[in-house]
Structures are given as structure tokens and as C-alpha cells.
Design a protein. Structure first.
Length: 468
């Protein structure tokens, strides 16, 4: 029999909570009771020993593996992981239709934003004027315009007002980028200003060159970067890069670019800065060409492949994770930017959407079953292997666990899609999702990280939660 000093910390934040003393012959039941008393009578928590849940049992602490002073983590309240519908977003009322255009995630430098972007076309001076002139003679003869529409899905729409035959939100958190025919021309948002990939007049040798510009709030543009001014990139690749996506980490701005000569990918990293005089600069000082097969470059029509998406970095920002299509995930160590597959299509089950947990480097796979029977969606968790650095992680099917079956709504046109987008929200520590009918959902990861797997075919876990 020996005395044990046990320190307790918050499993999510790492904050020290308190410490207790126990005897090695005490039962795990007694340990939980002592912890509850030390936490002021709190109930509904779980204790983690080296990331393994220490369930209440009559076993002694010695049998349970507590043979010396130890640190335990406390999960304040672990309940069954489930998505909750928290509102309705406005893409549908702002010209998005699932079979007219692709929609994709648009990253921003601000935390807590879930921007989605798509391309829309209309006759008239603006999309709002098109709504007012719906089915009227005033719409005929007006020029046809195209623009990229970007909406912050996290700001769910208020009660809509009626302006013509289509409900238009009374307050639409939209950023419009006129004149750009595809969402792939917008790399991201910096302080709500779109960062654009454009083609500019270049040198006599190359004719045209890739450029990145910032469209500021007054409508003017600031050139941030030009390929023909980067001697190293010109020497390495010669031809023009086609920039397709951007991602903001805490310190850096990443750009994914396609080499038009051979349709391979290059990942670039730099810093986008704003100065006191409201000017901006972008220095892409690191880059790496990706091996064949790591990223699929284009779809069957030769357009940038909309299944490729930045997922985020691990908490220590040592590696960048990317969904590279059909559930496959690639990892890019930030010291080299040289990517490799860490989860294959086959091991992911070719899932349609992927979520990433930066705190644990866990991966959440969304399997769209909308063309089958219920449930319309299943969410699987693949935890990161223990004691493995983020840059060395590999995931496989053997650790895939079904954790919830959200009752996402299916698009009403062809019943073919129930997941439009997934993201991690730093402010709430949740995975958030947009379903096929613009429903906005949230999954607390404090539950999902430690959710016991549920059995396939268990209809008791089908979720049908009303909107709050």
C-alpha cells in the first residue's frame, strides 16, 4: 500500500485544476468520488490516463495502472457525440443552386468564420436588382454579369423578408467579387477583402505572369506578388503558375498553385502583412513541388478540382493537412512543404467531406449516404496514433470508428447530396457543417473526441434534433 499524489488538469485547455492524494489500494470508484468532491461536487466527467478513459470500476488503483504519482486529465462532461442544427444559412436565397455551380470553403485570416463561395450569374446591375426584376420586362436587355459570392455561413440568416418570388435575407453577410468567372480565382479573405489570383502582362520572355492582388474595400486593387518578380520561381519553373487556393495559419499564408506545363502542384508559403498606411505586402519565400499522385490537379473538364481543400495545421503548427479528394488526406511538414499521403482513398472509404481536429490531429470522415436509405450521413473518427509527431502521422482504416449519424437534410432537387461543407471552429471547439438544404450544424469535439464507437446499423443513434 502506498500513497499517490494525483494532479488534475483540463483535457481540452491543459489548465491545472487541483490535486488530490489517494491510496494504491483505493478503488477506481473511490478515485472518481474523490475527484468529484475536489471539483466541487461536479458530475458527468471522465478521467483520462495517458489519453485512455479510466472508467469507474471496483478495481484498485494499482490494478488500474496507477502505481506512482500521476497526472490525470478531466473531461468536464462527455456526452454522446451528436450534431445539433443551429440555424439556416443563406446561400440558397442568394443564388446558389447545387446543380448550377460548385460551392467550396473560403479561408480567412479571422478565427470563427466559415465562409463558403460560389459563382453566380444574373441580368441587371446587381443580384439584388435581378431579384426585384424577377420575371419582369425590366430584366430583358440588361447585360449578363458573373461574380463570386462569398457568405459567412456561421452568421445564420435572420428572418427573411419577401422581395419578389424569392426570400432574400434582410441582412446578408456577403462579399461579392464581380468579374471573376470561377471561385478558384479567389484565394481567401484578408480582413474581409478578397485575395485574388490574376493573370498580368509579364516580360517579353513569358508574355503573361501569375499575380496575387488584394481587392480593398474601396474597390481598388493592390498587387501583392508577381511571379515574374520572383527570380527563384522563374528559374525553377519558367512557365506560369495558376494559383487556386489559399489558407491562413496563425503566422503564414499558404497558396496552392498548379503548373500549367505539366498540371502538377506547387505549395507556397509566405507572410501577408498590413502596414500602418493601409498598404499590404506578400512575400512567398518558401515553396515545394509536389510528387505525382499526392494531389489531383483538375477534374474531367480541366477545371481546378474542387475536392481539394486545406484542413488546417496541428496545434503546434508543425504540419499542414489537406483533403486531396475522395476522403484522401495529405500531410505537409512545414519545414519542407513536401507532401505525402497519410490517409488513402481506400482507407477513408472515399468519403465526401473531411473534418480535422487541430488539438488531437484526429480526422473525421463524412460519408454521404443520401442516395441510399437512412441515415443520410455517417461520421467516422480516426484518431491520431499516440506518441507520434504530427509530421510522421499515418492513418488507416483499422482505427476508424462510427461516432454519430446526423440527420442532415438532402438537397431537394435530385436527392444526391447532404454535405456541402465542413470546418473546425476555434472559438467554440466544434466541427460545423452545412447540409444540402443550407442547414447549419455543430458538433462539440469535447464529446466527439472521447465518444465510444456505435455499432453499424444501430438505428437508436439516428439523430433528429429540432432547430433551436
Amino acid at each position: 500500500m502506498s500513497a499517490l499524489n494525483i494532479s488534475l488538469s483540463n483535457a481540452v485547455t491543459g489548465a491545472e485544476l487541483t490535486s488530490i492524494t489517494a491510496c494504491s489500494t483505493d478503488t477506481v470508484f473511490q478515485l472518481h468520488a474523490a475527484v468529484a468532491q475536489a471539483l466541487g461536487g461536479k458530475k458527468g466527467f471522465k478521467l483520462l490516463l495517458a489519453d485512455v478513459v479510466l472508467e469507474p470500476s471496483p478495481d484498485s488503483l494499482e490494478v488500474a495502472g496507477l502505481t506512482q504519482d500521476v497526472a490525470l486529465q478531466v473531461v468536464a462532461c462527455v456526452t454522446r457525440a451528436r450534431f445539433r442544427r443551429i440555424g439556416t444559412a443563406c446561400p440558397g436565397s442568394q443564388g446558389y443552386h447545387i446543380h448550377d455551380t460548385s460551392i467550396r470553403r473560403m479561408h480567412a485570416n479571422e478565427l470563427g468564420k466559415f465562409f463558403m463561395a460560389w459563382t453566380r450569374g444574373f441580368h441587371g446591375d446587381s443580384y439584388d436588382s435581378r431579384i426585384r426584376c424577377w420575371r419582369s420586362a425590366h430584366a430583358s436587355g440588361r447585360p449578363y454579369l458573373r461574380e463570386v459570392a462569398i457568405v459567412d455561413v456561421a452568421q445564420t440568416t435572420p428572418e427573411p423578408i419577401q422581395r419578389g418570388p424569392v426570400d432574400v435575407p434582410s441582412s446578408s453577410p456577403l462579399v461579392n467579387v464581380p468579374g471573376h468567372i470561377g471561385w478558384w480565382s479567389v484565394l481567401g479573405l484578408f480582413d474581409y477583402c478578397p485575395v485574388l489570383a490574376e493573370t498580368a502582362s509579364g516580360t517579353a520572355q513569358f508574355g503573361e505572369t501569375a499575380s496575387i492582388v488584394l481587392r480593398v474595400s474601396d474597390g481598388s486593387s493592390q498587387t501583392l506578388w508577381r511571379q515574374d518578380e520572383d527570380a527563384q520561381l522563374l528559374e525553377a519553373f519558367g512557365g506560369m503558375l495558376c494559383c487556386t487556393q489559399g489558407f491562413f495559419s496563425k503566422e503564414s499564408f499558404f497558396v496552392l498553385a498548379c503548373l500549367q506545363a505539366d498540371m502538377s502542384y506547387v505549395l507556397l508559403e509566405g507572410v501577408l502583412q498590413k502596414y500602418d498606411d493601409s498598404s499590404h505586402s506578400l512575400n512567398l519565400n518558401k515553396w515545394a513541388r509536389q510528387d505525382d499522385g499526392v494531389i489531383i490537379c483538375t477534374n474531367d473538364r480541366g477545371e481546378p478540382f474542387d475536392g481539394v481543400e486545406f484542413l488546417g495545421t496541428d496545434l503546434a503548427e508543425t504540419a499542414l493537412f489537406m483533403h486531396v479528394g475522395n476522403g484522401a488526406v495529405a500531410i505537409f511538414p512545414l519545414d519542407t512543404l513536401k507532401g505525402r499521403l497519410c490517409l488513402s482513398e481506400e482507407d477513408s472509404g472515399r468519403c465526401s467531406a473531411v473534418g480535422f481536429d487541430p488539438l488531437t490531429a484526429g480526422i473525421y470522415l463524412f460519408r454521404d449516404l443520401s442516395q441510399q436509405c437512412e441515415p443520410p450521413c455517417k461520421v467516422y473518427r480516426i484518431g491520431a496514433p499516440e506518441c507520434v509527431a504530427a509530421v510522421d502521422l499515418n492513418y488507416d482504416r483499422s482505427s476508424m470508428q462510427l461516432i454519430c449519424q446526423p440527420n442532415f437534410e438532402i438537397d431537394g432537387f435530385s436527392d444526391s447530396t447532404c454535405v456541402l461543407g465542413v470546418a473546425y471552429d476555434f472559438l467554440t471547439d466544434c466541427l460545423i457543417a452545412l447540409d444540402g438544404e443550407n442547414g447549419f450544424w455543430s458538433l462539440p469535439l469535447k464529446d466527439a473526441r472521447y465518444q465510444e464507437p456505435i455499432q453499424e446499423g444501430d438505428d437508436a443513434h439516428l439523430e433528429d434534433l429540432p432547430e433551436d
